[in-house]
Write a protein that binds this ligand. Structure first.
Ligand code: AMP
Length: 191
């Protein structure tokens, strides 16, 4: 059965880093909506132009647009066995849309690991990432907005998946290797 791992965590929690590591150990592709939007931005597609107006402010791209992009991506052949979702869903509406997609694809979510990192550590990490990677949306004002959006729009998903019995908390304030070890144990347990 087509199986998804949904990685949850605030901006800077390490979802992308861990998703890339899991990608090779699980043999499932990482589907990161932020990366998909950035690729569209780079290629100057219509979707990219639209996404930029939200991303530059740290706001979420509208659900309809995001869900259509994800549906498209998950229909591709490399996602035949499933995927590691990174940065999606980010709203309750997106989570419900994902539930509908699961029915459409006869797929399931195996587990929702939540990489838990304290707010002050996140802000420090994002500021550092800004220096290293130079991501346009890693500036002080945008980081503040993204954290607010995370708390108001995305954090409610923790409860949503907890009620479905899918949420597993991972301590995010340890070395990358230790987070990987914990995450791998959780995922291997259900796959
Ligand atoms: P990320 O790389 O995951 O931090 O995403 C960067 C930006 O892309 C976010 O601040 C949003 O503007 C946009 N974005 C990424 N994923 C989503 C999503 N699931 N829903 C809406 N907007 C998103």
């Amino acid at each position: 059965m087509k199986t998804f791992v949904v990685l949850m965590g605030a901006p800077g929690a390490g979802k992308g880093t861990q998703a890339k590591i899991l990608e090779s150990s699980l043999g499932l592709p990482q589907v990161a909506t932020g990366d998909l939007f950035r690729a569209n931005l780079k290629n100057e597609t219509e979707l990219g132009k639209l996404a930029r107006t939200y991303m530059d402010k740290g706001e979420l791209v509208p659900d309809e647009v995001t869900v259509a992009m994800v549906r498209d991506r998950l229909s591709q052949s490399d996602c035949e066995k499933g995927a590691i979702l990174d940065g999606f869903p980010r709203t309750i509406a997106q989570a419900k849309a994902l539930d509908t997609l699961l029915e459409e694809f006869s797929a399931k979510i195996a587990v929702v690991p939540f990489i838990d990192v304290a707010q002050d550590v996140l802000v420090q990490r994002l500021a550092k990432r800004a220096e290293i990677e130079g991501r346009a949306d890693d500036n002080e004002e945008t980081i503040r907005v993204r954290m607010e959006v995370y708390h108001s729009e995305t954090a409610p998903l923790l409860n949503y998946y907890d009620e479905k019995g899918l949420l597993v908390k991972i301590v995010g304030e340890q070395s990358i290797d230790d987070v990987t070890a914990d995450l791998t144990a959780v995922v291997k347990d259900v796959m």
